[in-house]
Design a protein around this ligand. Structure first.
Ligand code: SF4
Length: 263
């Protein structure tokens, strides 16, 4: 991938003809690998003035992100110090990046198998977002860290980052913290995400904050999450329900304990 450095060609005027290709200054540099004319890519500028580049690679089922650490336009390849990737189910033939100025970039990839898939990219952690919570077991611990094997367990490897928690951690607390994040990040454009994340958080707060909880709160929380599923404009809404549904499914006792005690 090639990106033009700042301070390149002057703008043409009515009396200054466009420069011929042979007179172009060598103000281009490489980012990533591959042939410059066949790589689907998107370049954008974040709200904190960094450059981010999202690219596919020829003949590879993967999506790559590169970004600069400092504000301002990059000058050399080395300015793109950050790098992350995620696997795709087929080779991307086009890549678009939808960005509203917040924490997430929604990278849309049109894949050769006909799928149009959105991959949320977290600009703060520098990772493609995922995924469902797994309960530790011998089978889980023995699973190879590759995309197909983790998907077979009902989760996703994403950018290959893991958070490991021991048995002392209250998983309903983890789900509450995750839901706080998604509620804050919801842009509010579509109702299932805007209202749904708010209601999931409200129900989790009722479980934790000493409000006498009615029986059936956990079932209601799960029902609200299911009500959001498949109705959102972008993947953030879909991602918001994964910790809730997988957390209740795999660690229901942690939620039920709060329901019983009212705090
Ligand atoms: S799912 Fe809808 S409300 Fe939520 S962030 Fe995306 S567009 Fe905004």
């Amino acid at each position: 991938m090639m990106v033009r450095a700042k301070g390149g060609l002057p703008l043409p005027t009515a009396t200054s003809p466009l420069p011929s290709p042979t007179s172009l200054p060598s103000a281009y540099f490489a980012v990533g690998s591959g042939s410059v004319d066949v790589i689907p890519r998107q370049l954008l500028r974040t709200s904190d003035d960094r450059a981010m580049l999202f690219v596919g690679r020829p003949y590879a089922s993967s999506l790559w992100a590169y970004w600069t650490a400092s504000p301002g336009l990059p000058n050399t390849t080395d300015d793109f110090g950050g790098q992350a990737s995620t696997s795709t189910s087929d080779e991307p033939i086009s890549v678009e990046a939808a960005y509203g100025g917040g924490r997430f970039v929604f990278v849309l990839a049109n894949l050769q198998n006909g799928e149009l898939v959105a991959y949320p990219f977290d600009t703060q952690t520098g990772a493609f977002a995922s995924s469902s919570i797994l309960a530790a077991s011998d089978a889980v611990l023995d699973t190879p860290m590759d995309y197909e094997s983790v998907a077979a367990l009902g989760s996703a490897l994403g950018s290959a980052s893991l958070i490991l928690m021991d048995e002392t951690v209250d998983m309903s607390w983890v789900v509450r913290k995750t839901t706080e994040f998604f509620t804050h990040e919801s842009c509010g454009k579509c109702t299932p995400c805007r209202e749904g994340t708010y209601w999931m958080l409200h129900l989790l707060e009722r479980l934790h904050d000493g409000t006498p909880a009615d029986a059936g709160q956990v079932d209601l929380l799960q029902a609200v999450a299911r009500g959001i599923e498949g109705k959102c404009l972008c993947p953030l809404g879909e991602f918001s329900i994964m910790p809730v549904t997988s957390g209740i499914e795999r660690f229901r006792a942690d939620f039920a304990a709060h329901e019983a005690s009212g705090q």
